[in-house]
Design a protein around this ligand. Structure first.
Ligand code: NAP
Length: 255
């Protein structure tokens, strides 16, 4: 029996084949899930629509998490195409490159608000939008990074946004728990993707994981997708409000 047989999964955050969300979508499909996908704008749609066809997605729609009307549209499409949601994947983040390049102390007010809105608040708004559509025992997942709890050189503003995302996950676990819905974060090790290319010095972060992590290798999108299947399936039925690390154990190494 496939682990996600018949489950209806809404997945946000595919930009291309390297996206963590793409690997999650592929493995979810293999495990029997039906997929509904979103892409942020028309330019990315040109890449994501063909991928959605290859994945046999039930729907693929534009969704920019800064636009209120897009949440309403998502709700309508979900009700029409799926009826309910068993799995929600939040795999998106944004911080303006100018702010990431500056010393952290000089982060702009606008840049701060935008990073928090896209990378953290969107998880709350998505859950609120879909709350009446979640099935009993639905599972919500968001992607985070260890720069939320420890200083990682150059991660700066994104670290603050990820700290908020993880905290939001804990508080949402109460509201969603009343409906028997679970919510967790995966804290992934560094992976070469479009979003990661915006972090100055990312190559050094990858090198450090290879040299110092217990597994002596970087994780892949597929490593993250394996844990996503666990967290989306009945195998994790008692797990909520948690941050689960998929990082070759790197976060446990002090020196
Ligand atoms: P990715 O392929 O670039 O995916 C990030 C997605 O977020 C892109 O599709 C991006 O679109 C989208 N996005 C940005 N602003 C948005 C908005 N306003 N509305 C909707 N979507 C928006 O990168 P990824 O590495 O797979 O990132 C997925 C998640 O994993 C992110 O939360 C990231 O922080 C997290 N993560 C990544 C790593 C890593 O090393 N790669 C490690 C730990 C956690 P645009 O391309 O147009 O901006």
């Amino acid at each position: 029996m496939k682990l996600l047989a018949g489950k209806k999964a809404v997945i946000l955050g595919i930009a291309n084949e390297r996206s963590i969300a793409y690997s999650i979508a592929k493995l979810f499909k293999d495990e029997g899930a039906e997929l509904g996908l979103t892409y942020v704008n028309e330019a990315l749609g040109k890449r994501v629509i063909p991928l959605s066809e290859e994945l046999g997605a039930k729907f693929v729609i534009p969704m920019d998490v800064t636009v209120d009307g897009d949440y309403e549209n998502l709700k309508k499409v979900v009700e029409k195409e799926f009826g309910h949601v068993d799995i929600l994947i939040h795999s998106l983040a944004f911080a303006n490159g100018e702010d990431l390049k500056k010393p952290f102390i000089e982060t702009s007010r606008e840049g701060f608000a935008q990073a928090m809105d896209i990378s953290a608040y969107s998880l709350m708004k998505l859950c609120n939008t879909l709350k009446d559509s979640f099935s009993e025992e639905a599972s919500v997942l968001a992607m985070t990074y260890h720069g939320s709890v420890k200083i990682v050189k150059n991660y700066n503003l994104m670290g603050v946004a990820k700290a908020a995302l993880e905290c939001i996950t804990r508080y949402l676990s109460i509201d969603l728990g009343e409906r028997k819905v679970r919510i967790n974060c995966i804290s992934a090790g560094p992976i070469r993707t479009l979003a990661a290319s915006g972090i100055p010095g990312f190559r050094d972060i990858l090198k450090d994981v290879e040299e110092r992590s217990p597994l002596k290798r970087n994780v892949t999108q597929d490593d993250v997708a394996n844990t996503a299947v666990y967290l989306a399936s009945r195998l994790s039925s008692g797990v909520t409000g948690q941050v689960i690390y998929v990082d070759s154990g790197h976060s446990q190494v002090a020196l």
